[in-house]
Design a protein around this ligand. Structure first.
Ligand SMILES: [Fe+2]
Ligand SMILES: [Fe+2]
Length: 293
């Protein structure tokens, strides 16, 4: 059996003190937003407990689905690297970036510099990258693009979508359990300014080529949507709460998922286990369900 862990949106706190010159752009509203509201939600102590519990489960691999930063300050990327190292080595942890990591132009360059080893394929390739781990093929996509003030949208673009289609088709022939990692959900009830702009095109690729599991973050909610796959199959698209959300301060308190994957091509078994923070700060199992098998 192979165990994959899925956590997202740590939004590492506290925010480093910005230099005034670093706030002469979209960051200024993000900074005000952080001081007013978000700093009360994203709690470093909660995240520490979540990571300690996750590491104690000894998963075979960890998928981290983006939004490590808040307003993409250079220091946030350095802290992000230290935090990633607390999860494990780049060999053990696969990362995709979120919209906050591309909050301003230049964010993705910082991300590449500090986190690059966690965001590349076995062949060194970039998005979509491909990593093979046990029976799994992990495909990492980037929806992180700098956007105008007030927008938290994401975009894959035609090039990534075409490469994703080719990868899914080839990996099906290899009979691997195909896991797609993407920050923005393909299906979401969020407002228009938070959505994945080319979600319809992504759903089309999944409907044509299938996948075994799609992991996302971004909405900070425990979510499960069934996507249409080829020949009447269904693909589970799963979202997790923010890994740092303090209990009582957000719709969903912090949590992460484990997937116990077993079986063989055509007869995969995949059990999902949600572990989350409780009001007393402990982390406990909250839900368990079969996604396949
Ligand atoms: Fe987020
Ligand atoms: Fe996000």
């Amino acid at each position: 059996m192979f165990t994959l862990a899925h956590l997202s949106d740590p939004h590492l706190a506290p925010l480093p003190a910005p230099h005034w010159s670093e706030l002469l752009n979209k960051r200024v509203t993000g900074y005000i937003n952080w001081q007013r509201q978000r700093r009360l939600i994203h709690d470093a102590g909660v995240l520490k407990n979540i990571v300690a519990d996750l590491n104690a489960q000894k998963p075979d691999h960890i998928a981290c689905i983006g939004d490590l930063t808040n307003i993409a300050l250079p220091d946030e990327f350095v802290r992000g690297r230290v935090w990633l190292e607390s999860l494990g080595s780049p060999q053990h942890v696969s990362l995709v970036p979120g919209n906050h990591d591309a909050y301003v132009r230049g964010g993705l360059e910082y991300a590449a510099r500090e986190w690059g080893a966690y965001m590349k394929g076995d062949d060194g390739g970039s998005f979509p990258y491909l990593r093979r781990r046990g029976p799994l093929a992990l495909i990492g996509l980037s929806t992180a693009v700098p956007t105008a003030l007030g927008l938290a949208t994401g975009r894959l673009g035609a090039k990534q979508l075409a490469a994703l289609a080719d990868m899914l088709a080839a990996l099906k022939r290899e009979r691997l359990f195909r896991v797609v990692l993407i920050h923005h959900p393909p299906v979401s009830a969020a407002r228009w300014y938070k959505l994945l702009l080319d979600a319809a095109a992504l759903l089309h690729v999944i409907a044509e080529h299938g996948a075994d599991l799609l992991l996302h973050g971004h909405d900070h909610l425990a979510m499960l949507n069934w996507l249409e796959g080829p020949h009447g199959t269904r693909v589970p698209a799963v979202g997790v709460p923010s890994a740092s959300a303090a209990p009582g301060m957000a719709k969903n308190a912090a949590g992460y998922n484990l997937y116990a994957i077993d079986g063989a091509p055509g007869a995969w078994r995949c059990e999902m286990i949600l572990r989350g923070i409780t009001p007393n700060g402990d982390v406990a199992e909250q839900k368990r369900m079969m996604l396949a098998g």
